[in-house]
Ligand binder design. Structure first.
Ligand SMILES: [Zn+2]
Length: 216
């Protein structure tokens, strides 16, 4: 179960339909893996519904009552079938429609140990990508020029904040004083959905080389 969640204001914006496509996909994917945030979003939606219910309704257009009564006489429409059960480590459905299953993603190698797949909605000023990092890798220290959100889909890593595994969301921003450094867990590739507002700023020569090659 996830221990690191999107900020509250992001969940609020999600339930209000106020996120752009990249962030919307990240939150929707996190929700498939996080019962706690699903419950929070349900509460927010109920609150929004209650607020809407306080607005005086407009009078129904002429004839609508008759149409409603007529519909009630009809048999109910067939319900859509539930989504198929997911493999324990596959890409959740909200994201998979952009990537396909994990086993078929055509990552490109950017540096040894780091592979990347840019999603169709990715732009230069808004990179959106799946990044796959090999077990045991250390990402050199770097700062962030703008906010970055990452959702871990497989494997895990440790940084200054803690340990992150499948379902966790890490949020980094330009206001952090300490450079950010990640150590990938041993055992399996760490696959992260990354949504960035801007580039990283490496703090070492090695980091600058990685940053240049990483394309971020
Ligand atoms: Zn959550």
């Amino acid at each position: 179960m996830a221990n690191h969640h999107p900020p509250h204001d992001i969940l609020t914006a999600y339930t209000a339909g106020g996120l752009d496509e990249a962030e919307d996909v990240l939150v929707a994917t996190h929700l498939t893996l996080c019962p706690a945030c699903r419950a929070e979003c349900a509460d927010l939606e109920a609150l929004g519904g209650a607020l809407l219910a306080g607005i005086p309704p407009e009078p129904p257009p002429p004839g609508s009552l008759e149409a409603l009564l007529e519909r009630l006489d009809q048999p109910p429409p067939p319900q859509p079938s539930p989504p198929p059960a997911e493999g324990p480590l596959d890409i959740p459905l909200p994201l998979r429609r952009f990537t396909g299953p994990l086993s078929r993603i055509e990552f490109r190698t950017v540096v040894p140990g780091i592979r990347r797949f840019d999603l169709p909605m990715s732009r230069l000023d808004r990179p959106v990508a799946l990044v796959s990092m090999r077990p045991g890798l250390t990402i050199p220290p770097h700062h962030h020029a703008a906010s970055e959100r990452g959702l871990i889909l497989a494997g895990g890593f440790t940084d200054e904040v803690g340990h992150f595994v499948r379902g966790d969301v890490c949020v980094r921003g330009p206001d952090e004083e300490e450079p950010h450094q990640q150590k990938i867990d041993d055992g399996e590739d760490c696959v992260v959905l990354m949504v960035d507002d801007g580039p990283k700023i490496p703090t070492t020569v090695v980091g600058k080389v990685v940053n240049f090659l990483f394309g971020m």
